[in-house]
Design a binder for this molecule. Structure first.
Ligand SMILES: Nc1ncnc2c1ncn2[C@@H]1O[C@H](COP(=O)(O)OP(=O)(O)OP(=O)(O)O)[C@@H](O)[C@H]1O
Ligand SMILES: [Mg+2]
Length: 257
């Protein structure tokens, strides 16, 4: 895909938030459209405080549930709940480990060629339970080879797919397509109010229309940190009550399409 095509996406999908390695730009812009320069220095404090806060909830729940199990109360159900909280903790810690790795000055990415579709399917498998509960349908067309750091890229994609699943209505449709050199993840969910779109990659930020949906507001901040490390440009387009599209510019190494 040529540069022009990427700009076509921006032109076609306003309002759009474009995130490059060291800047975030909002179109349509007022003034120069620059939203905020990215802070590079505060990562450690940011994640230490965010993650300790995030871990508190599952740990506290597990302690309570273990007590119930010991008392012989609904043992099977209790164990299942414990497992759910433990898996949540595992995912948080996994994100943290990868983040601290990619943020290191001397980080050497482990670039491997991989099949995007296989990776997407692996991630969707993790969300199987929620996808079935919500009866979501998918249109997936992501065949193609890319060269990325698998571990880090998977975490970024997982956060984006998690949002598409979480903010879709019951029976919603999610499209994940890889065309030319752009991967897009599209849902028809609650969307983001236009005036708040520029804030969504800031840590802990949650839009005013999702207060009833659980979340910590960390997912997109993590995506931003990871993709920045690999100089991957991405963008978010959203319309309230219509849906959200995320575009990621990533070169396909098999030029079949
Ligand atoms: N696909 C989407 N549809 C609607 N709103 C979204 C979508 N993706 C992100 N948002 C908005 O951006 C906010 C920030 O997203 P982010 O993924 O960082 O946090 P979160 O989903 O609230 O929590 P978590 O840390 O569990 O991911 C969300 O709270 C929501 O308001
Ligand atoms: Mg999220």
């Amino acid at each position: 895909m040529s540069v022009t095509d990427w700009y076509e996406i921006i032109e076609k999908h306003k309002p759009i938030l474009l995130i490059e390695s060291d800047k975030i730009v909002f179109y349509p812009s007022e003034g120069d459209g620059l939203v905020q320069p990215q802070k590079l220095t505060d990562t450690k404090t940011f994640f230490v405080s965010a993650v300790s806060h995030e871990l508190f909830t599952p740990v506290t729940a597990i302690i309570g549930l273990v007590q119930m199990a010991k008392d012989g109360i609904y043992v099977q159900e209790t164990l299942q709940k414990i497992e759910k909280h433990a898996l949540k903790m595992q995912r948080i810690l996994e994100q943290l480990v990868v983040l601290s790795k990619v943020e290191k000055e001397d980080f050497v990415p482990n670039l491997t060629e991989l099949n995007l579709e296989t990776l997407i399917k692996e991630i969707l498998e993790e969300f199987k339970g929620r996808i079935e509960e919500k009866n979501l349908s998918f249109s997936i067309n992501t065949r193609g080879l890319i060269k990325v750091d698998r571990e880090a890229f998977k975490i970024a994609l997982r956060n984006l797919i998690s949002n598409a699943v979480k903010y879709s209505p019951h029976g919603g449709e999610i499209k994940i397509h890889f065309e030319k050199n752009v991967l897009s993840i599209e849902d028809r969910g609650v969307g983001i109010p236009e005036s708040e779109l520029k804030n969504v990659t800031a840590r802990f930020y949650r839009a005013s229309n999702v207060r009833t949906v659980p979340g910590s507001g960390l997912g997109l901040a993590i995506v931003k940190h990871i993709l920045r490390r690999f100089n991957i440009v991405w963008a978010i387009h959203s319309k309230l009550n219509q849906g959200t599209k995320v575009f990621i510019k990533i070169e396909r190494i098999d030029q079949s399409k």
